[in-house]
Design a binder for this molecule. Structure first.
Ligand code: KG4
Ligand code: ZN
Length: 345
């Protein structure tokens, strides 16, 4: 089966071609530079960029895969959650392509697509669902922080989520307080590599709570108050690196501890992590250490599919279709606030 997938939920216009679980192409036109000037994603600008780029990105993805559009068997797109007008561009464009080709159309949940991205790997990338293990999945991005129990493939039970800011949002907002460019996550990661993570004892929000929820806005506020008290610190490059490392460590400690604790409580053999924040080197290192310590198998999304991309949309759409999920009607609408629903017995 050959599937064309489109993703436009936020600030990346992406198209991918998937064939039988393999990623033939996965092109991403990033708008990061455009939004950086405003310190965050400007929805109106994102919409215009998607409109401007979706066709050329889609054509380029088909060309890179060596697949004429007439050979496409199904078309998928992100249905939600995401920025409403940004979602609309990719979703309606994909519906129109499906209509013109008279092929099934598949609307995909963005967070679930992240959740399955750790199963995409190898060269050329292929989805290794044969190695599926019951797991606890950490999905950690700019817009969401979720902990999900996945007892079997395509079965999900939401364990916890952030009560306020997402982990990526916390990286981005604290980075802004430190005067770093948007998006701050990658820049914090870079500076933190040469800083001391124990230099400043920032809070580990909800770490001691028995539930699986997260909260990061208090950490951001703690950094704000700390900087108000110690403004000169930002002028010292070494102390600035220590600050980045300390904030990063506070976020990482909470994510790792809560994920591993949930996996042990539920008795699953595997932990997965996905979403933009999974690019973070400290998070990857500390998850690996904690999982090794507790004899848990760790599947991390490869860096190339951590941030938003259409390959993860296509891989999940194909899997759902082959497992009997019905196509999405061509008059279906986007779902900007689509909550992750529990599925399975
Ligand atoms: O998954 P993604 O591309 O978009 C959403 O669905 O939200 O994630 C983007 C988020 C941003 O907050 C960005 O700062 C964060 O992922 N991010 C990182 C790193 N790379 C991206 N955060 C920490 N360290 C990184 N290396
Ligand atoms: Zn995402």
């Amino acid at each position: 089966m050959t599937l064309l997938a489109v993703e436009t939920s936020c600030d990346e216009t992406s198209a991918a071609v998937i064939r039988d679980g393999r990623v033939l192409s996965n092109l991403v036109a990033s708008q990061i530079r455009l939004h950086a000037a405003y310190g965050g994603v400007v929805p109106e600008l994102a919409t215009r960029e998607h409109l401007r780029n979706w066709l050329s990105v889609t054509q380029a993805a088909l060309e890179a895969a060596g697949v004429p559009v007439s050979q496409v068997d199904a078309v998928a797109a992100t249905q939600g959650p995401g920025l409403p007008n940004a979602l609309l561009i990719g979703f309606q464009a994909a519906q129109a392509v499906a209509f013109a080709l008279q092929r099934p159309f598949l609307g995909v949940h963005h967070h679930l697509a992240h959740l399955y991205s750790p199963w995409i790997g190898g060269t050329p990338p292929a989805a290794d669902f044969a190695a599926f293990e019951p797991n606890v999945s950490l999905v950690v991005s700019g817009g969401h922080t979720l902990l999900v129990h996945v007892p079997a493939e395509l079965e999900h039970r939401l364990l916890g989520a952030t009560l306020d800011d997402a982990a990526g949002e916390c990286f981005d907002k604290t980075a802004k307080l430190l005067g770093l460019a948007y998006p701050g996550g990658p820049e914090m990661d870079r500076l933190a590599e040469h800083g001391n993570p124990d230099a400043f004892p920032f809070p580990r929000p909800l770490l001691k709570e028995p539930d699986d929820n997260f909260s990061f806005s208090g950490l951001k506020t703690a950094v704000r108050y700390f900087l108000a008290k110690h403004p000169a610190l930002l002028d010292n490059p070494a102390r600035r690196r220590d600050l980045c490392a300390s904030v990063q460590q506070a976020i990482v400690d909470v994510l790792v501890a809560k994920t591993v604790r949930a996996a042990r409580r539920l008795g699953v053999p595997c932990v997965t992590a996905s979403g933009g924040v999974t690019c973070n080197r400290a998070l990857r290192r500390h998850l690996a250490l904690a999982c090794a310590r507790h004899h848990l198998h760790l599947r991390l999304a490869e860096r190339g599919v951590c941030t938003d991309n259409a390959a993860m949309i296509g891989i999940l759409a194909e899997r759902q279709f082959l497992r009997g999920h019905p196509p999405t009607p061509l008059d279906a609408e986007i779902r900007p606030h689509w909550e992750l629903e529990d599925t399975g017995p």
